[in-house]
Design a protein around this ligand. Structure first.
Ligand code: ZN
Length: 390
């Protein structure tokens, strides 16, 4: 594939996203602060700010005087009602649909329990919920940017995608984004749960001020979302960060993919369920709070060597500021896990405190859906922005 040349329209769309993201992360910023934070020229910032202001996406506020001299500076904030997006999270036991405004406030939320969902009935269910949402939520629907869809990965990998209990069966040949776009009339993007949770962490969680981090997502399986220099890395086929099938113990526990000693056979909800005597087909993450503590701790001890090795590999590979652990596992259990991950193996990050190297991220049922709702906003080439700017 040829390297793309300079494309001014793409550069403009990218710079616009950078400006919107900077205001979102900081709450309010003046044009001068924006120029400093984004390394864009004052003229570029000014042009984008004017464009966004005319479109109603950002609002100017009363000037504040900095240091008492010079021109008073006018801070800009996001206008929450200038754009909306929808997040859909489909997992083995749940379908969660949220609608958020540009500031991330949840304006609609519907949680539905499902069992190993199959494509056709699930798509019909999603269509029904989207119709109800459209009737219930009183917003200007012309300002809807689109839908972010999140499902467990990996996508389209022979022998891994469709094998085993940590993947969704039956979805291999379904173009999920295209189907959801067809039933909703909105642009739709599909990403894996770990990538989307990392975006959610960047937008709403502790990674607001961290440009480079790896997010370890404990779902039914295990995946990683990769942020480098404020940008998500998804890989060639959206499977970057599928660390669950990284062999961390050669000759270890058998995995559904055919390997022995895959990371997610030690560190995942599935592994925790098995070790705690829960039925992985029906267990819910919060059930782990009610199991015998000795059983859970025994699982934790068995997962530690694999987790430590994975963190060592990730740190040496990316030199990221932090490894953030979160996902569907209840927060207090993730905290327990992270507390036990000491001392960490030596790596390129050894000069930092363990507590800075590995941190607890957002956890709980809404993490991925909120991240999915951020996808249409995060998409720098979203054609809907062009519509809003007209
Ligand atoms: Zn495997």
């Amino acid at each position: 594939m040829a390297t793309s040349g300079t494309n001014l329209e793409h550069a403009r769309a990218h710079n616009r996203r950078v400006v919107i993201e900077a205001i979102r992360l900081n709450g309010e910023l003046t044009r001068a602060e924006l120029a400093r934070l984004t390394s864009l020229t004052p003229q570029t910032v000014s042009n984008i700010a004017t464009e966004l202001e005319q479109a109603g996406i950002v609002s100017s506020h009363l000037p504040r005087r900095i240091g008492g001299r010079g021109q008073p500076a006018t801070p800009l904030t996001l206008n929450p009602d200038s754009a909306y997006s929808i997040g859909i999270h489909l997992d083995h036991q749940s379908l969660l649909i949220v609608l958020v405004d540009l500031s991330g406030n949840v304006r609609f939320r519907r949680f539905i329990a499902v069992q190993k969902p199959q494509p056709e009935p699930t798509l019909a269910l999603i269509e029904q919920v989207l119709q109800e949402m459209r009737q219930q939520v009183k917003i200007d629907w012309r300002k809807m940017l689109g839908i972010g869809v999140v499902m467990p990965g990996p996508f389209g990998v022979e022998g891994i995608s469709s094998a085993g209990p940590t993947t969704l069966n039956g979805w291999d040949n379904v173009d999920v984004a295209e189907r959801i776009s067809a039933i909703s009339g909105l642009p739709a993007t599909l990403e894996n749960d770990a990538t989307v949770a990392a975006i959610g962490e960047r937008f709403h969680g502790i990674a607001k001020q961290i440009n480079s981090f790896i997010y370890l997502y404990i779902g039914t399986g295990l995946g990683a979302g990769i942020f480098t220099d404020g940008r998500i890395y998804t890989g060639h086929a959206h499977n970057a960060g599928e660390v669950g099938h990284m062999v961390v113990q050669p000759g270890g526990r058998a995995c559904y993919c055919g390997n022995e000693g895959c990371l997610e056979r030690y560190l995942s909800l599935q592994a925790a369920y098995e070790a705690c005597g829960l039925d992985p087909m029906t267990a819910l993450p919060q059930d782990l709070l009610n199991v015998d503590v000795a059983l859970f701790d025994h699982w934790l001890d068995s997962a530690l060597p694999a987790a430590l090795q994975a963190i060592n590999i990730i740190e040496c590979l990316f030199d990221a500021e932090a490894v953030i652990i979160g996902g569907l596992m209840p927060g207090e259990l993730v905290e327990k896990l992270v507390k036990r991950l000491h001392p960490l193996h030596k790596s390129v990050r050894s000069k930092y405190l363990d507590g800075l190297r590995v941190r607890v991220g957002m956890t709980g049922t809404d993490t991925a859906a909120l991240g999915a709702a951020a996808l249409p906003i995060f998409d720098e080439f979203n054609p809907q922005y062009e519509v809003l700017l007209k």
